[in-house]
Design a binder for this molecule. Structure first.
Ligand code: ADE
Ligand code: ZN
Ligand code: ZN
Length: 269
């Protein structure tokens, strides 16, 4: 086979073999973490630095994708299988009301995962190794819960089974929201975070009941965005007009996630 054809075939194989994304893609998670890092209190910043020291980093952005990366590490196979359902929640009605017994059976959903890992992170009697792991899960899951399709209500696995055409190729709506739409800006995570930070300060939606479970509120907000007219694209096609209309919402969710992640860490550490 000529070299160019061989390269093209190899590239096509790599694309097919790439694992399905489980989250905002790496770009989205790193942006959320970078936005949060700049809003940490000195005490929280110091504790983050101490907890992450064995990983030779102090950067939340550098550990923001660990919860997805463990799926490729045979040594972490059990942890990955155990935490797989912690990345999302599937609501069961278009009003997006959180009913734990129905929407979070056996506590396996992103709302319960955040409750659990924030508690571990804030418990100074826990060993550092457990609190370090909890920190990485919290950074990741606060991102996921703000990705509207990680908290959808339709029977389509958060848009994973909703096929779409995007940039002339087949994709699905979940992937477009995880990564495809964000990547149209052509920015790396540092520049993306910078761009979002220099636009106006983020005003958070007002807390609603149940006030003891803000994570349920964040998931319900995400769900309601997926129920808005136009969120599911007409004709299963992601047009430039769709990106123009929906990318500002994706950016808003990244900024809200960054601000809320900082609030959680400032309160917990
Ligand atoms: N698998 C099943 N439902 C999902 C969702 N809402 N998000 C990501 N992966 C899923
Ligand atoms: Zn995830
Ligand atoms: Zn995802």
């Amino acid at each position: 086979m000529p070299l160019l054809r061989r390269l093209a075939a190899c590239l096509a194989a790599c694309l097919v073999l790439a694992p399905a994304a489980q989250a905002w893609g790496p770009l989205g998670h790193s942006v959320v973490a970078a936005l949060a890092q700049r809003q940490l209190s000195p005490a929280a910043e110091a504790e983050v630095e101490r907890l992450l020291a064995p990983d030779h980093t102090r950067s939340l952005a550098e550990v923001a994708n660990w919860a997805d990366q463990i799926q490729d590490d045979p040594a972490q196979a059990a942890l990955w299988q155990q935490t797989r359902p912690d990345h999302y929640i599937n609501f069961h009605d278009p009003h997006c009301r959180y009913v734990p017994a129905r929407d979070c059976r056996d506590g396996r959903c992103v709302v319960a995962a955040l409750q659990h890992y924030v508690a571990v992170l804030g418990d100074r009697r826990q060993p550092d190794v457990a609190r370090r792991e909890a920190l990485k899960f919290v950074v990741h899951f606060v991102g996921d819960i703000h990705q509207p399709l990680h908290a959808g209500y339709r029977d389509d696995k958060g848009g994973n089974t909703y096929q779409v055409q995007f940039e002339g190729k087949g994709s699905n709506l979940h992937r477009v929201w995880d990564s495809g739409m964000l990547e149209t800006r052509g920015l790396d995570w540092q520049r993306y975070a910078q761009a979002l930070q220099t636009s106006s300060p983020v005003a958070l939606p007002a807390p609603i009941a149940p006030l003891d479970n803000p994570y349920a509120q964040w998931a319900e907000e995400s769900c309601r965005f997926t129920a808005e007219p136009g969120f599911y694209p007409a004709g299963h096609t992601i047009t430039p007009a769709y990106v123009q209309a929906e990318l500002p919402l994706a950016d808003q969710r990244l900024r809200e996630a960054g601000r809320r992640l900082a609030d959680v860490l400032n309160r917990t550490l």
